[in-house]
Design a protein around this ligand. Sequence first.
Ligand SMILES: Cc1cc2nc3c(=O)[nH]c(=O)nc-3n(C[C@H](O)[C@H](O)[C@H](O)COP(=O)(O)OP(=O)(O)OC[C@H]3O[C@@H](n4cnc5c(N)ncnc54)[C@H](O)[C@@H]3O)c2cc1C
Length: 379
Amino acid sequence: MTNPQRYDVAVLGLGAVGASALWRAAARGASVIGFEQFEPGHPRGSSHGGSRIFRQTLFEGVEYVPLARRAKRLWQQLQQQSGAQLFQRTGGLTIGPAGSSLIKVALESAQAGGFEHELLDEEILAGTYPQHAHIQGDVAVFERGAGVMNPEASIRAAVAQARQHGAEVAVNARVDSIDHEDQGVRIVCGGNEVLARRAIVATGAWFTDLVPDLALPLTIVRSPLVWFTGPDRAAYGPDRFPVFVRKSGDLDGWGITDIDGKGVKIGAGPSAPKPLLDRADDNSYPIDERDTGPCERFCERAFPGLDPVAKAAEPCMNSRTADRDFIIGIPEKAPSLVLAGGFSGHGFKHASASGDVAVDLAIDGATELPIDRFSPERF
Ligand SMILES: Cc1cc2nc3c(=O)[nH]c(=O)nc-3n(C[C@H](O)[C@H](O)[C@H](O)COP(=O)(O)OP(=O)(O)OC[C@H]3O[C@@H](n4cnc5c(N)ncnc54)[C@H](O)[C@@H]3O)c2cc1C
């Protein structure tokens, strides 16, 4: 039997975060191998459906600002180096009651990051964006640089760039198990084994499968992609309809510009009831009312000009932490692993930076970015 191949870094899972990590590790000259159980850009995880919001008005907290800055720089670099169209600027709105914490933190983060933004008062919001139902007292933070990322194209571009830098890529290769010791990791995949100094675990909704011993408290939430249309389709196109997040009392949702004629993609926010899954492999059952219902009810109340019956829908899912903050870090119990998971429904925009930070940790054992909020030890 031949000795297992040795690498500096192994990346487990090549979705949004893992593909980025693979690219960044290879670009830094590390010997790196990536494993993906399907093909990069597949529709069975958390990173498909043609569009994701990119915004830097981060109502989640100012701690996300450094990550968002690095993410934007890396997405731009990836777009430039690959020549692929990964981002379309549409502008973005964060809509909520004046003085609410949503609006306050969105403003704070835009100011802290120096991101171009503008506070739209109730009258200007209603006059400029009449597509949104008028709710008394609602204002919006408008961010000019926000827009739509193409998730599948971004993942494929990152994997292609990684390959150009010498990364090895194993596709249709499900990692069966990992054996982590202080000195490194042994990865078992379909009867083959490789060794790596560190492994980046970026397996999305499958996160706990490979590291059950770390007992990470993650919930798998089935969260669909649902599209809506109305008679005036141009009103929801890139020139007139920014991506948005809205939390106005119990009205809680988000939406993405109709960039391809398929319709506006609308989702119900975290407060809506969503099916939970025991295992990520259980997510293949067809779309039903539990998926589309909350989105249709949000659409009906939030958009008088749209038909609130879903035009198309696809399953998707999130791996969620209790505090909805990411997990990025080296666990004390397994120092040869870097964890990059639990992206809780808002991870795509930051994925290029999350992957890059995971590589900082894998190669240097530390990163310049402040990541205390994402520590795996906080649970
Ligand atoms: C409906 C919906 C809308 C969203 N909208 C937005 C948005 O607008 N903006 C935003 O920023 N975020 C958004 N998100 C969140 C964002 O899409 C996710 O946080 C992000 O894509 C997660 O990336 P990931 O790399 O962790 O997971 P994934 O992209 O799913 O990658 C994990 C990969 O690991 C692979 N894998 C798993 N186990 C193994 C194994 N054992 N061996 C080999 N490979 C394995 C999987 O096949 C998969 O490819 C949304 C999420 C959902 C569900």
